[in-house]
Design a binder for this molecule. Structure first.
Ligand code: MLT
Length: 276
């Protein structure tokens, strides 16, 4: 499906009915990274998965795309889809966007799931390196980021070459202009650490024990700072934990959804099913 969202066309998946459960992919991926979650959760939820601006089948725009811009795209998409408040799951860059969304539009959240991500901004050196990478991608293409990242997406103990090829294919299909814009946007993103304590919705934090791109320690920082947060570490999983260990990941989500009655996911479950 496609929809005009602000100045571009956004491609997205919208399956099932019930509480809206939205997944945001990381860099340099697209909505297919969540295919195993769409299949698992469309039975019980309304699962919405966009290709972020510049990724997958969505159109690109020129210049840096800030995490706030991605978050505003999401809000506009959700308003068009008349979802009401959502449970938002963000992986890595999708997690940076989920945090920007949580800060800007807290009334639109009923639960937050942060996967293989972090609150910290880039150091000045890291931001400078990212801008250099953006320039290289502009000149040489997507292999500049795909080659060094592809080997780090899965656990180093993973010997499944078919899975490694699928992950590489997901990354290689990216368009260089989208990657450049997102790299520039990530380089300028704000540090979320100062306001994590203001997040009031139930929050689940998931990391792969073998994540080499955003180490599990970053998830521990998030879990300590966000009130009501639960941390889960999945063994034998790297950065793309939801794809690599989909069964374990989906099971953790399922368990978390059946929260004790003392903890509700924002507005009550009953009222949510009327918001479609
Ligand atoms: C991602 O997986 O989205 C990126 O590795 C995040 C980043 O580069 O900071």
């Amino acid at each position: 499906m496609r929809m005009n969202v602000r100045d571009i066309q956004i491609a997205y998946t919208d399956r099932g009915s019930g509480i809206p459960l939205v997944f945001l992919h990381g860099f340099p991926l697209n909505r297919d990274a969540w295919s195993k979650q769409v299949d698992a959760f469309r039975i019980a939820f309304r699962v919405i998965v966009p290709d972020l601006r510049g990724f997958g089948e969505s159109e690109s725009s020129r210049g840096a795309v800030s995490m706030s811009c991605f978050a505003e795209d999401l809000l506009t998409l959700l308003q068009h889809l008349k979802t009401g408040p959502i449970i938002l799951v963000g992986h890595s860059m999708g997690g940076y966007i989920a945090l920007a969304f949580a800060k800007a539009f807290p009334q639109m959240l009923r639960g937050l799931v942060l996967v293989g991500t972090k609150a910290a901004a880039d150091s000045p050196e890291a931001a400078e390196a990212r801008r250099g990478t953006a320039e290289k991608v502009r000149l040489e293409g997507v292999s500049v980021v795909v080659d060094p990242m592809a080997v780090k997406m899965l656990s180093s103990s993973n010997t499944d070459s078919a899975m490694a090829s699928s992950v590489r294919a997901l990354m290689t299909s990216s368009k260089s202009e989208g990657l450049v814009s997102a790299l520039l946007g990530m380089a300028e993103r704000q540090d979320a650490g100062a306001w994590l304590e203001t997040i009031t919705v139930p929050t689940l934090i998931i990391t792969g024990a073998d994540d080499m791109i955003i180490p599990p320690g970053e998830s521990e920082v998030l879990a300590k700072a966000i009130p009501n947060a639960t941390l889960k570490v999945i063994p034998e999983a790297g950065h793309l934990v939801a794809f690599e260990q989909a069964d374990a990941f989906n099971e953790i989500l399922r368990e978390w959804f059946s929260l004790p009655s003392s903890v509700t996911l924002g507005p009550s479950f009953e009222s949510s099913s009327n918001q479609q």
